[in-house]
Design a protein around this ligand. Structure first.
Ligand SMILES: [Zn+2]
Length: 257
């Protein structure tokens, strides 16, 4: 018989090779079959809509982009509210039909709750910037991190005197850590970074602030400004230059997303 010509080791190798090929083909076929419900090896499809933080995604990526794609820009203001400068910034924004996101500090919120209500009444959004603005928060215990983040969220609710959406959290000084992003996600807030920093906090001069934005802005930019933490007159003046310029360039104002 012909089979006797093949020595047993070759028979064995061919049998193994054929078995492996057959197994691979049947696996591929079962994976590709659309109607194979109930198959234990069929991978489940990804969810069509991200439903907030999950066990598999406890710390989403930092936001550095506008919610809409296209020629949009998101203005963000940190370290307020401030009784001298927040109202002036709201005026400039209103005159230019601009929206912005305000990253507020809990202690400032408690001192000026009426400014939180004013920011909301102007159609702006709130961002949690912790209770005490500890720029070393990333080195603190998870309990302290959670208390700083959830404490500011509560301060904003009390000041607003309503259930108010706080969609974002921004780390003090932009010093992020994984536990901070996880704590923000548990509280339903997206971690908000920025893509353009004109360094207005260093008061470099109105023209320098305006020039830094003009040179660096692009569609989707999230720009960092400050309405608190010091004398923000240069920021107010720079906005008076920049907002008409941005509109003239075809930019529309958006929230981060
Ligand atoms: Zn800050």
């Amino acid at each position: 018989m012909r089979y006797r010509v093949l020595r047993p080791p070759y028979c064995y190798r061919w049998a193994v090779l054929i078995a492996v090929l057959a197994g691979t083909v049947s696996l591929i076929v079962s994976l590709c079959q659309p109607g194979a419900e109930g198959s234990p090896i069929r991978p489940s499809p990804p969810p069509a809509v991200a439903a907030g933080p999950t066990a598999a995604d406890p710390a989403p990526d930092l936001l550095r982009h506008t919610a809409n794609t296209g020629k949009y820009v998101a203005l963000t203001f940190d370290d307020g509210p401030d009784p001298a400068f927040t109202p002036r910034i709201l005026d400039v924004l209103a005159k230019n039909n601009a929206v912005a996101t305000f990253c507020m500090i809990g202690t400032r919120v408690r001192a000026h709750p009426e400014l939180v209500r004013s920011v909301l009444a102007h159609g702006m959004r709130l961002c949690d910037h912790t209770v005490n603005h500890d720029e070393d928060l990333a080195r603190r215990t998870p309990q302290r991190i959670t208390a700083e983040i959830e404490g500011c969220w509560s301060d904003l609710q009390v000041a607003a005197d309503a259930d108010v959406a706080v969609g974002y959290f921004r780390a003090p000084g932009g010093a992020w850590s994984q536990p901070m992003r996880e704590a923000a996600a548990r509280a339903g807030m997206k971690p908000l970074a920025w893509s353009v920093d004109p360094r207005d906090w260093a008061t470099p001069g109105t023209q320098q602030i305006a020039a830094a934005v003009r040179q660096n802005v692009q569609p989707g930019s999230v720009i960092l400004f400050h309405d608190g933490g010091g004398d923000r007159a240069q920021t107010v003046e720079a906005l008076g230059i920049l907002l008409p310029w941005l509109a003239g360039q075809g930019y529309r104002f958006d929230f981060p997303g």
